[in-house]
Design a protein around this ligand. Structure first.
Ligand code: GAP
Length: 441
């Protein structure tokens, strides 16, 4: 069970974006040139936070005895996307305003006129969401390649390579984390919908007929996983895709949704993709992609249960859910109550004042601990301000060296959530943190 500190508050998106920039989690891409729409850069704390989320996902997947990882390239043979159905079917509808030239998705519109200027709209046309480029110096049809819109296809085309080399038996899974690209018509809400994002996808290959049961098992397991990010189970829910919402490959699809400030929205999809992808790759590649099941003595194309999470969306939900405000002695205190395994910084080390013997002692502790824990050293500003800075980035513990420490060899350890302080002997600090961090979950 995750122990969560109370109270929790939901910030506005504006407050969160501003905190992310101020503290170095996330910056607008190419900001000095005015920014590039829908692209974001992760700063020093953002990249640690993201790595922690990816690590928790990777551990969850690869601790499964039948799941192995891969890392396929972003650029793939163009036929992959014909076989997958993306060239033909990965489209959104688009309308243009004849007056101001802005573009909209018709399903975002409530009236038949432009919501921006009231101008007349064109009729809807299809727009393929894949980014196209050319391989090599010649820009012609034969050299078209796409930036992958999902990581899943890199798994399907490697299915046989992996099963044979790793000697896996169905049921088995392949997990992958990587970038995906979609030329979204209406990106927005910070890192929620972007044109370049990261996915954490796992394709689980099963015997046809076992798919429905395995789907339910993965659905539950994926729902439960979000507790490891500290996310309150009341802020996530399931949404089943109706027939008209189903992607071209899916027999059944459930979204895990999070309650964002802009409404309930998908953070992960669990899909029963049947044998659609492998069967199509078999057809387009003319390679036999059947699996021989030694137990049943049968050849078949396995069914696929896919779990497809957005790393950036999981990170946004983690930040929003961790955000907490409370009043302390008449002042607002903002802190991010990340679980320890998620926090970008685990321990911060301070000298009480920027004075020599204190700096030296705090710096020594920082160097002693930084290999074992994600650590930070800070001696700028008052101790109160330094605590506030660490609260705002969600650091679970701050260690302060004061003048008394030079005499009694003890330091003050301050807890982020309770703000309680322990006086701990320096030579027992390692043991103290062993104990505190042993209870990660
Ligand atoms: N392989 C299946 C697949 O890609 P999806 O529902 O289209 O399914 C899976 O995407 C996840 O990828 C979503 O739940 C979301 O978290 C993330 N995602 C999709 N489009 C995104 C975008 N434009 N920006 C950020 N994340 C996105």
């Amino acid at each position: 069970m995750i122990k969560k500190a109370e109270p929790s508050t939901t910030p506005s998106m504006q407050e969160l974006v501003s905190l992310c920039k101020r503290r170095g989690f996330i910056f607008q891409s190419s900001e000095i040139y005015g920014g590039l729409g829908s692209c974001w850069d992760y700063g020093p704390l953002g990249v640690e936070l993201k790595l922690n989320i990816k690590r928790l996902w990777w551990e969850e997947m690869t601790s499964h005895p039948n799941i192995v990882g891969i890392d396929a390239s972003i650029l793939m043979h163009h036929t992959v996307w014909e076989a997958s159905g993306h060239v033909e079917g990965f489209n959104d509808l688009l309308v243009d305003c004849k007056a101001c030239k802005q573009r909209f998705r018709p399903d975002d519109l409530t009236a038949q006129i432009c919501p921006s200027c009231g101008g007349e709209l064109t009729s809807a046309r299809k727009f393929n969401l894949m980014f196209k480029t050319f391989m090599g110096p010649v820009e012609d049809e034969a050299n078209i390649v796409y930036l992958r819109p999902e990581t899943a296809q890199g798994i399907y085309v490697n299915f046989h390579n992996v099963v044979e080399s790793a000697r896996l038996k169905v049921p088995c899974g392949l997990a992958q984390i990587g970038k995906a690209f979609r030329n979204e018509i209406t990106p927005g809400n910070f890192i929620f919908r972007t044109r370049e994002f990261e996915q954490m996808e796992m394709q689980y290959f099963v015997r046809p007929g076992d798919d429905e049961k395995v789907f339910e098992e993965w659905l539950q397991s994926r729902f439960d996983w979000y507790a490891r990010l500290g996310i309150d189970s009341h802020r996530i829910r399931l949404h089943e895709h109706m027939k008209d919402e189903l992607a071209h490959y899916a027999k059944k699809a459930m979204d895990i949704q999070f309650e964002f400030p802009f409404g309930w929205q998908e953070i992960e999809g669990i899909h029963n993709r049947t044998d659609f992808d492998l069967a199509r790759h078999q057809q387009y590649s003319r390679r036999n992609l059947e699996y021989f099941d030694v137990e049943t003595n049968a050849h078949y194309i396995p069914y696929v249960i896919e779990t497809s999470a957005g790393c950036d969306r999981a990170l946004l939900a983690t930040l929003l859910d961790a955000y907490s405000e409370e009043e302390v002695r008449g002042e607002k205190r903002v802190y991010l109550k990340f679980p320890k395994a998620v926090a970008p910084v685990e321990i911060a080390f301070f000298p009480l004042l920027k004075k020599d013997p204190l700096i030296e002692a705090a710096d020594k502790l920082f160097h002693d601990f930084r290999r074992r824990y994600r650590s930070m050293y800070d001696d700028a500003g008052s101790i109160g301000r330094r605590y506030r800075r660490q609260d705002e980035v969600g650091t679970p513990f701050c260690v302060t060296v004061d003048f008394q420490s030079l005499e009694d060899q003890k330091v003050t350890v301050r807890d982020r959530d309770t703000m309680e302080q322990d006086r701990v002997a320096m030579d027992r600090l390692a043991e103290y943190f062993e104990d505190k961090f042993a209870h990660h979950e």
